[in-house]
Design a protein around this ligand. Sequence first.
Ligand code: CP
Length: 335
Amino acid sequence: MIFAGGRKYVSLQKHSKLIIFRLSDMATNSLVSIDDISKEEILRILSAARYFEQNPNHKLLDGRVVATLFFEPSTRTRLSFETAVNRLGGRVIGFSDPAVTSTSKGETLKDTIIMVSNYVDLIIMRHYLEGAARYATEVTDVPILNAGDGANQHPSQTLLDLYSIYKTQGRLDHLTITMVGDLKYGRTVHSLLMAMRYFNPTFRFVACPELQMPQEYKDFCDKNGIAYTEHTDFSEAVIDTSDIIYMTRVQRERFTDIMEYERVKDLYTLHNSMLENSRQNLRILHPLPRVNEIDRDVDDNPKAYYFQQAKNGLFARQALICRALGIEVPAVNNI
Ligand code: CP
């Protein structure tokens, strides 16, 4: 064992070079917003994700228990986090439906978090309220990983997105990224935009007026010197000059007016024929689930990368869990 900063770490002496996920001035390594972590930390997490892609079954969580508290539906995020814990040799408790918990009897989020903190070493939480994950960090010392809070942030998705971009492009710098669809409520595009500030991107925002990128994120671009243009047309000119096209689902669950959802839900659909003159290196990403925004005829195009992207989530989340628990991860070549 290695002891550092009063905390105990699993030693991996057989590996000569180690990445140490530890923020020395913090009691825990929660991840609530992608804005909470530096460029160096992002790159270390991506390097660790690469390690886990090569070594998915590494029993680093022996004796650890992790809770997955999902107050909103999920397929990929919950199952990949739970798979990550299992592949790391830990145990998982939790729920995917708050209706079967004492929340349905009126128990508050605060009390729920305090209770679960009695049992586990780490809490992974998705909640429909923006700010819920931040609030959770204020009522417990157990680290919190935000698995999505309302329309706000989805930082673990961002890390798998960055890993996918790096794997497909060979770099993160100087890429033209086109975000399409629901840019208002899509938390994945908000997190990704913020993380890309370190990598000199050019953004294209393609959305109808009702679902445009919120002003606060455009202000963020301005403040960080990030170039962006806004479009209502998903045109050939935009597609053919993109390195990444990031499609998004219109988030029905965030609309208060269902008629407005019906009006905008099918405005942007990517078809295979639209990719005819696209760049060789173009890759199509989508956080999934998709509804109608990517036609099934795109799935067999080698530029379609959304299913592999979801698979990358397992490795990125293994890295994040280790970071949260202060567990050292052997290094592979740095990203
Ligand atoms: N991308 C994503 O968050 O998918 P799930 O809602 O299925 O977890």
